[in-house]
Design a protein around this ligand. Structure first.
Ligand SMILES: Nc1ncnc2c1ncn2[C@@H]1O[C@H](COP(=O)(O)OP(=O)(O)OP(=O)(O)O)[C@@H](O)[C@H]1O
Ligand SMILES: [Mg+2]
Length: 270
């Protein structure tokens, strides 16, 4: 199972959303950061007690290995354990390093066939992006925005462009899932406004669901510092909203995949 997460411009929270959804998933997951602008996770994440997260192997290591073959455990081999149920492949730090990979199709294959569900952060995605083949292989593409008018209009336009572009690459319908990062208080109203904005657009038939993630900086800090998302963190607005969206995503994916209802094993490198 592959969920791609992307945005238009403006850093609305794609990377954070990937981490939250993977942490709220009901079975072990892998977050893979494939941002062409360079990665954040290798420098942002901490294990418990403040230990820096290993910056390598990165997505470049996996992309290189995938050129030879893509067995179902390939991504897991290079993913590093972050929490008990989430492993992470961070992006390369600099755009120049990511730019060295001309063809992302082998990595798209590796992510799509991974035996552990993958949440791939593709960063800012547009028609000219070299990462489009990864979004095209995804079972669902989450597009993240904020509730301010500028971001909502950008989200509307981005969805309308992605639907045909991805459909042409897939040879099948796009499956798009917009998410707003907003306050718990305004979330339901912001989502109703977004639905109204999207209803008359060409992307409407390709929207398979939607949801909001709570704006909760303290919980984001705790999650990034390696606190287990199964303990007290579950009571935060961030993780409560993450669980709601993850359940909606699982419902959507259930039509094509059998989604596990519980998980125990830790994934990643031994
Ligand atoms: N749900 C949230 N609650 C609180 N803060 C958030 C949330 N989501 C994102 N942020 C904050 O917003 C900022 C941008 O988030 P993030 O890096 O995830 O965005 P991005 O879309 O991946 O950006 P970029 O395009 O630079 O990669 C960060 O400071 C992050 O902590
Ligand atoms: Mg990012």
């Amino acid at each position: 199972m592959l969920v791609a997460i992307c945005s238009d411009k403006g850093s609305p929270g794609a990377t954070t959303t990937a981490l939250v959804l993977a942490s709220a998933w009901s079975s072990p997951t892998i977050v893979v950061e494939v941002d062409q602008a360079g990665g954040d996770l290798g420098v942002r994440l901490r294990h418990g007690r403040g230990t820096p997260f290993p910056e390598a192997p990165t997505v470049l290591t996996v992309a290189t290995a995938a050129r030879t073959s893509s067995p179902p455990d390939l991504v897991g081999r290079y993913a590093q354990v972050f929490t008990k149920s989430v492993s992470v492949v961070p992006g390369a730090l600099l755009a120049e390093q990511v730019g060295g990979i001309a063809d992302w199709a082998p990595l798209a294959d590796a992510l799509a066939v991974s035996e552990v569900p993958v949440f791939a952060d593709l960063g800012q995605l547009h028609a000219g992006s070299r990462l489009l083949p990864i979004a095209a292989r995804a079972d669902v593409v989450v597009v993240v925005g904020r509730p301010d008018p500028g971001s909502v209009i950008r989200l509307r336009e981005r969805l309308s462009r992605l639907a045909p572009d991805l459909g042409a690459l897939r040879g099948n319908s796009s499956r798009l899932f917009p998410i707003l990062v907003t306050s718990t208080r305004h979330g339901p109203g912001d989502m109703a406004d977004l639905q109204a904005v999207l209803a008359p657009t060409p992307s409407k038939p390709f929207l398979v669901g939607s949801g909001f993630l709570a704006l909760d900086p303290a919980a984001v800090r705790r999650l990034e510092s390696g606190e287990e998302p199964t303990g007290r963190l579950t009571r935060t607005a961030l993780m409560r909203s993450g669980r709601t969206v993850a359940q909606e995503l699982a419902r959507v994916l259930d039509s094509t995949h059998r989604v596990p209802t519980s998980g125990a094993a830790t994934v990643g490198a031994p």
